[in-house]
Structure formats: C-alpha cells, structure tokens
Design a protein around this ligand. Structure first.
Ligand code: MG
Ligand code: MG
Length: 255
C-alpha cells in the first residue's frame, strides 16, 4: 500500500535547519497572537505575518502556492481552513480565528496553525479551541519511532470525538521538508496499529481540523475557503514535529 510513497528522512543537519525554520515561524505566530483583537481586519493580520517573515529574512511559503493570494490563511468561525485575508473582513468580539502560516528557511519549510479567541468568546467556542489543541497534543505524542500513522490519527480523533466534536476528513496533515507537502499523508482519524511505520528523521505536520457539528466541509466560490457544511464552528491547530530517537521533537514551538 505504501510502496508508491517516498517518505524522506532528514539528517541531523537538516533537522537542525528545520528547527531554525520552526523557531522563526513560532516567533511570527507570537507576533500574530498579539495582533488578534476585535476591530482588526484579516488583511492586517496577513500584513503582520508578511512583515514578520521578511524581518527574519525567511520566505513566505503559501503565497503563490497553487495560486494562493496571501501569506497567511485566516479562517473565521465556521471557516475551517484556507480563508483568504481581506481588508473588509473585520474581526469581532466573540469570533474565533484560525491562523495557518508557513515559511521557508534555508530551503526547508515549517508549517503551523493556531486558533485564537477574539476578545471574550462563548464557553462553547473556548471548549472547541481547547479540545482541538488537546487533539493536536495527543497526535504529537504519537510521533514516535516504531509507531504508525494510524496511531496519530486515532489519538487525534479520539480526543476530538470524546469532546463531542467531529474531525474533518477532506484535509489532512502531511510530511514536510524541502517541500511544503510531502509524503506521508497524516489523517486526523484512523486506526491505531495501521499505516506507515514511523522512523527517526521523519518530519510531519500534524493538523487537526475539528468541527463543533458534523465533519462535512465545502469550498466557497473563491476556490479556497473551506467552511463547515452545517455552519457550525471549526478550529484548527498544527505543529511541525520531527520523529527522533528521543521521541517527538516539536519544531514550531517557542521554548
Ligand atoms: Mg498549515
Ligand atoms: Mg499543513
């Protein structure tokens, strides 16, 4: 089943560069976190991301990728992923906003996403954000040599579904390295003990998209923005993680 896949493992030197990339990306995300507030437009957040990447002499990964028109994917409320920043989309108190960002540093990609509350949000929104973040953490904990891709998927899915939510099937995580999207695909659902066996040097972007309602999504007429079919809230978290001899090494986290 996996014969057609070419899963690259990275050398220690390559992982060191990817860790630099991840660190830079985490720094830009920290700047974005400070910029999220009621009254801010999604285009202003895109500008913060672009300036943060430029200041670090890195390169934005998403702009131009299959024609994506911006640096940052900004997905508000029922938007799941791939929202396009806009000067007319103003964040309001009570919104939740998913920020997905990638950059290139010395030829290697880093990719991570976080969903922020905008001002004070409902308990339901807070719970969804917390559960999605917890689902990501459960997935990251399975990025261990000898375990399988299905271990990650089942861990993510279990946390999300135990909280009463559903995981999106149409979009999945991915290997990452000299390309943004490498093998293997990393679904946010699955069966433990199945799928590709993880080995040291593999680097994965694990990225649960968790819906408060059903799992179905559709893409808007802009060709990019994915929204929940039932209009319910959705949250998205992502980290780039290396499988190492010493366990999971999350590259896109500060400290
Ligand atoms: Mg991403
Ligand atoms: Mg990704």
């Amino acid at each position: 089943m996996f014969k057609s896949m070419s899963v690259e493992t990275k050398t220690a030197a390559e992982l060191a560069v990817m860790a630099e990339a991840g660190r830079l990306l985490a720094e830009v995300h920290a700047e974005l976190a400070k910029a999220v507030a009621p009254g801010v437009t999604t285009a202003e957040l895109d500008a913060v991301a672009a300036a943060g990447i430029k200041a670090r002499k890195a390169k934005a990964a998403f702009i131009g990728y299959r024609g994506f028109p911006a640096t940052l994917c900004v997905s508000v409320n029922a938007e799941v992923v791939h929202g396009i920043p806009s000067k007319t989309r103003v964040l309001a108190e009570g919104d939740i906003v998913g920020l997905d960002l990638g950059l290139i540093w010395k030829g290697f990609y880093a990719d991570s996403a976080v969903t922020h509350p905008v001002g004070k949000v409902s308990p339901a929104a807070r719970k969804l954000i917390a559960a999605t973040s917890a689902a990501l953490e459960a997935g990251l904990a399975e990025a261990v040599a000898g375990r399988r891709i299905g271990d990650i998927g089942e861990a993510v899915q279990t946390v999300a579904e135990k909280a009463g939510y559903s995981v999106v099937r149409e979009f999945v995580g991915h290997g990452i390295g000299r390309a943004l999207h490498e093998d293997p695909p990393v679904p946010n659902y699955g069966k433990a003990g199945t799928g590709l066996r993880l080995a040291p040097g593999m680097v994965l972007a694990i990225e649960p998209m968790v819906n408060a309602g059903g799992p179905d999504v559709r893409v808007l007429s802009d060709g990019w923005t994915a929204v929940t079919s039932d209009g319910a809230l959705s949250a998205h978290f992502e980290h780039t993680v290396a499988v190492t001899e010493d366990g999971p090494r999350v590259l896109t986290r500060l400290g």
